[in-house]
Design a protein around this ligand. Structure first.
Ligand SMILES: Cc1cc2nc3c(=O)[nH]c(=O)nc-3n(C[C@H](O)[C@H](O)[C@H](O)COP(=O)(O)O)c2cc1C
Length: 304
């Protein structure tokens, strides 16, 4: 019998639609005692560049009502160290592995993709053109359709793996960016990355984050994310992955009904490390209760 939760995200076959969001699950090892790493749809690892990067000065995290502001600035160990030291651990498990890619220029993104090509344990790439916390690259590509397409073309030339492009909510028109990256060769789009925000210490009259501004995530952003996923899913004919404030199965189901073929869970993992397992179980229970034989029958069924 076919697995009722299986989904195909632009050639990336997942046993269920629940993935970990980049930057919130490290490289999986810390979660081993808390999460069954054989049960996730996919682990999306921390954003990786061609060479290691130190990230932003501290403080880098501030809590806000119903959310989190972070300005990590894509601190990472670089793609070589990931492939050599971290990937073998993840490949012991049956969850798919997706590498989140970051570069300061289109060629730098392409270099990371090139390094991943031929590495069997990497199942797909997610290109991050939406990080608000770096001076070069990141959201500067994600806010302009032409710049976004340039990055995607450069990566597409170097990879045969399924290519997911992660979009920024810090734009006026998500549809034109989504259309541009699909035309440039994206197999799927994921959204949203964090919303740019800030917080101030009134006594020192200084920003609470070392980087001054940061990216807002968590339940506070869910309604914005849901609206953007709904808009993008109607506009493009590739699978859409919903991200933003998901902390329960009901949240995930809202995104799926809005048109997402899969979801990612980030900030909720910090307060409830096993949240992904609860969401997988909750989606399955909902299908049973509603008499729905396969998850794909639910995707994009919103009636307005
Ligand atoms: C601490 C932290 C680090 C993050 N690092 C990355 C990253 O390296 N690459 C990326 O594409 N997104 C990164 N994100 C964004 C998340 O993957 C996700 O898009 C965002 O947090 C919204 O989902 P959530 O509300 O479920 O957390 C990071 C988010 C947080 C909170």
């Amino acid at each position: 019998m076919e697995n009722p939760l299986s989904v195909n995200i632009g050639g990336l076959l997942l046993q269920n639609p629940v993935m970990t969001a980049s930057g919130t699950f490290g490289f999986g090892r810390e979660f081993e005692p808390l999460v069954d790493l054989n049960r996730l749809g996919a682990v999306i690892v921390k954003g990786l560049s061609r060479h290691p990067s130190p990230g932003n000065p501290p403080p880098r995290i501030v809590e806000t009502p119903c959310g989190l502001l972070n300005a990590i600035g894509l601190e990472n160990i670089g793609i070589d160290a990931f492939i050599g030291d971290k990937l073998p651990f993840l490949n012991q498990y049956s969850s798919a592995v997706v590498v989140n890619v970051y570069g300061e220029r289109p060629e730098a993104y392409a270099d990371v993709a090139d390094r991943c090509e031929g590495v069997d344990g990497i199942d797909a790439l997610e290109v991050n053109i939406s990080c608000p916390n770096v001076k070069a690259g990141g959201v500067s590509f994600g806010m302009d359709p032409e710049a976004a397409a340039e990055v995607v073309c450069a990566v597409r030339e170097k990879t045969t793996k399924p290519l997911i492009v992660k979009l920024s909510p810090n734009v006026t028109d998500i549809i034109c960016i989504a259309e541009a990256v699909v035309t440039a060769g994206a197999d799927a789009v994921s959204l949203i990355n964090t919303l740019t925000g800030m917080a101030i210490d009134i006594h020192s009259r200084r920003p609470k984050l070392g980087n001054v501004t940061g990216g807002l995530s968590g339940p506070a952003i869910k309604p914005v994310a849901l609206r953007m996923v709904w808009e993008a899913a109607r506009a493009v004919d590739v699978p859409v992955i919903g991200i933003g404030g998901i902390s329960t199965a009901e949240d995930a189901l809202e995104f799926i009904i809005a048109g997402a073929s899969a979801v990612q869970i980030g900030t909720a993992t910090f307060t409830n490390p096993g949240v992904t397992m609860e969401v997988i179980d909750g989606i399955q229970s909902f299908l049973n209760q509603e008499g729905i034989g396969h998850i794909t029958e639910l995707i994009g069924t919103l009636s307005t």
